[in-house]
Write a protein that binds this ligand. Structure first.
Ligand code: GDP
Ligand code: ZN
Length: 379
């Protein structure tokens, strides 16, 4: 572990108080404890003279990368997990196990400095974050610090990256053996997305009751050989459900997959009532606004969390550059150095060792086709 060095971190603040005071009534209600934030801000202000920005110095620690771990009064704070976040200013936080009030949910605002030290303010606090917050009255609180994240599901690139869920330990890629038919290219796309987010992938082939499972064995064997866990499942017969429960236990899992493959059915088989319907989401946000991208953690009774959100079920999670795609197809790796051109994309180039390996059946034709579709973006 890298040694943490305590150092002062200086940040710029845009002078936007006037604007924020004119937010609509609803927002003001939600931010009922905004005065708390205002007070903190005032206390910490060093100089308020600048026209556009004011500077202040905050004691923090430079953590991994450019993550700033803010120094806070830990004794006054509670630790929790962000169950849902809207626009990184309003979140529901559940108090961690082993603490006073564990399991209680607080409606939290976000201390402004937390947004200021984030590389991208939009991602300051996201669903799945582990946070320290200052509890106030009526189960309201203020998030004081966001802990470093491990495993994220995001879309976009670097600075424009939009983090949908943080601290995801695995992605369950749900597909169906039939109705809709199995689409290996789609599975591979999710596998690449998971790898890019540094998240483990579990491949689930649901609706196995509709086919002869023996027919799936070559495919299951193939992914297993590549190091992925492959679960054959069926909701009506119960196949694979107990195994899925074991795989989900104490993990934070995002469910992804095409519509109709049985994600909701599987979740309800794993734990009755688990799958969330869109109507419930609206109720939680109290807004009835467009909620399709709104991620929410669902607690598992046997430990762990799942995220099943319509908006992140099917999407292209990450933009992967064509040149980095080969790195996510692990079976290509031994052959890549053999290509004639170092920047070979393994499409039509002369002297391509990957294509040669496909010809000789050393790389699966199906996987190679997935690779092509991902590189040329045709899906
Ligand atoms: P989602 O869109 O991925 O959440 O899929 P749903 O859970 O809504 O399921 C879509 C349809 O597939 C529903 O009619 C389910 O009853 C059906 N279904 C789900 N799982 C299975 C399964 O294992 N076997 C069969 N035969 N049907 C299933
Ligand atoms: Zn090549």
């Amino acid at each position: 572990m890298a040694k943490k060095i305590s150092k002062k971190v200086r940040v710029d603040f845009r002078k936007n108080r006037q604007n924020s005071a004119r937010q609509n009534d609803f927002t003001r209600q939600i931010h009922a404890d905004e005065s708390v934030i205002e007070d903190i801000d005032r206390e910490q202000r060093v100089s308020g003279k600048g026209a556009l920005t004011r500077r202040r110095t905050i004691l923090g620690e430079q953590g991994e990368g450019d993550h700033v771990v803010l120094a806070v009064d830990e004794a006054a704070c509670l630790r929790g997990r962000v169950i849902s976040a809207i626009g990184s200013t309003q979140c529901t936080v559940q108090v961690d196990e082993g603490q006073e009030g564990s399991g209680t949910r607080f409606e939290c605002t976000v201390r402004r400095v937390v947004r200021t030290v984030a590389r991208n303010a939009r991602n300051a606090v996201v669903t799945g974050d582990r946070v320290l917050f200052l509890p106030g009255k009526n189960e309201c609180g203020v998030i004081e610090r966001v802990e470093p994240r491990q495993g994220i599901i995001a879309r976009g690139h670097q600075y424009k990256q939009h983090i949908l869920v943080a601290n995801v330990s695995q992605v369950a890629i749900i597909s169906s053996a039939d109705e809709p038919p199995l689409k290996p290219a789609l599975i591979d796309r999710f596998v690449v997305s998971a790898a890019k987010g540094e998240v483990r992938a579990i491949i689930v082939i649901n609706k196995c009751d509709l086919v002869d499972v023996a027919d799936l064995q070559p495919m299951i064997g193939h992914y297993a050989q590549l190091g992925y866990t492959v679960v054959a499942a069926s909701v009506p017969t119960g196949l694979g459900i107990a195994w899925l429960r074991r795989l989900l236990k104490h993990q934070q899992t995002v469910f992804t997959g095409q519509s109709g493959v049985g994600k909701s059915s599987l979740l309800n088989a794993i734990q009755p009532g688990l799958s969330m319907k869109t109507g419930d989401i609206s109720r939680v946000t109290q807004k009835g606004r467009h909620t399709t991208r709104f991620a929410q953690l669902q607690e598992l009774s046997f430990g762990g969390w799942v995220v099943d959100t319509p908006g992140i079920r099917q999407l292209e999670l990450w933009d992967v550059h064509p040149a980095e795609m080969e790195g996510y197809f692990i079976e290509f790796r031994p052959f890549v150095p053999g290509c004639k051109f170092p920047d070979c994309l393994h499409l039509v180039e002369e002297g391509c060792a990957v294509r040669e390996a496909v010809k000789q059946d050393l790389i699966s034709q199906i996987r190679y086709e997935s690779y092509i579709r991902l590189v040329i973006g045709d899906d």
